[in-house]
Design a protein around this ligand. Sequence first.
Ligand code: LRH
Ligand code: MN
Length: 433
Amino acid sequence: MATHFEIDDNFIAEQNKKAKAWVEEDYEHLGKQLSRRGRDIEGLTAKAQAFRVAVPSWGVGTGGTRFARFPGVGEPRGIFEKLEDCATINKLVRTTPGVSLHIPWDRPEDADTLVEFARARGLHFDAMNSNTFQDQAGQPHSYKYGSLTHPDAAVRRQAVEHNVECIELGQKLGSKAHTVWVGDGGNFAGQQHFRRALALYLDSMRDIYAALPSDWRLFIEHKFYEPAFYSTVINDWGVSYHCARELGPQAFCLVDLGHHAPNVNIEMIVARLIQFGKLAGFHFNDSKYGDDDLDAGSIKPFQLFLIFNELVDAELEGVENFAPAYMLDQSHNVTDPVESLMSSAVELSRAYVQAHLVDREALKAAQTNCDPLMALSTLKQAFTTDVSPILAVAREREGGAIDPVAAYRASGYRQRKAEERPAQMGAAASGIV
Ligand code: LRH
Ligand code: MN
């Protein structure tokens, strides 16, 4: 069997030698700065070492738009090569051992073989994702006019059965959660009866909920538009919350950052879902206009920080059953997906550690004393603290790279994959275009 190039730990250690001196100097300096604030840098580094976020299997191939997709070299051609790239990301940043699969794009011939392949590369499977927004070859019923809310019961049944199949496969793969995002909606006024469509959605979801193992969670993902351009059945957190309540204690609301109208206060939605005990977790990405699926923290890093500020506030308060699932959901149209996913994972760690830097006593005092300026500057002090040395030391202590992108580029990984994975004209590993 042809050998598959992998970046090894010795190479990473060699690369780290180049940066070790300046990182330790910066780390020591930051340590002094933080101790002046009464903060222990080692505690924060431990938090960074423990941080985890899952990567999307569909994110390691080059994404595109309806206009075009410009495939990169050495594209993964199937789930095994996707896992190779996911393993490389985790090897360098050490916070992404979980991989979220999308079915049928990643349906394996043999589940045990896939589990073993992943395990041998330090990976495990996070939440499953179903797909009733595309028609598969030979599929009896089309999802053109909807899936779980389609007027025809046969179409709804087909969609329910697909979701149940995802859960059954997920059990074999060791997953513990299932995400349901449906694009169901209408392009014209009158096309869908709003109340009947939602009732059909709940009926279908009750059948999916009934198939959940007792230790699983069901994630409902809302989105305000696209692919439907007039109405979307599960369009916002309110309807998602209502459905999660209706379905039962194993149903929760997943927040994809790109699924909100411009300027919506997402951090407040997060606080609401935490307070209501229904926060599933996240599909992290960033956007300027629509569901752009850009790299997390690349457009609105302050919003990302404010979201983690709500999450860390709940974590420190010990909110009951607070276990949000962190996942990236991005489309990499013009960058090397491995580099973008590594950088995005680092930006999530950054926001998480900065949120742990917030002086919560000072913030509470400012809120109690109606001192908005002091409240904002307390948050800004944390957000404007460069915690890069903490993140670098945390990676290094976990066996990762002090500078993941530099180490990745120095490894020649992508070129090696270009040799191993000759491009197949027109055929891209199945995923979003
Ligand atoms: C929909 C979405 C959903 C996925 C898909 C890949 O926009 O965010 O999470 O299933 O992207
Ligand atoms: Mn998503």
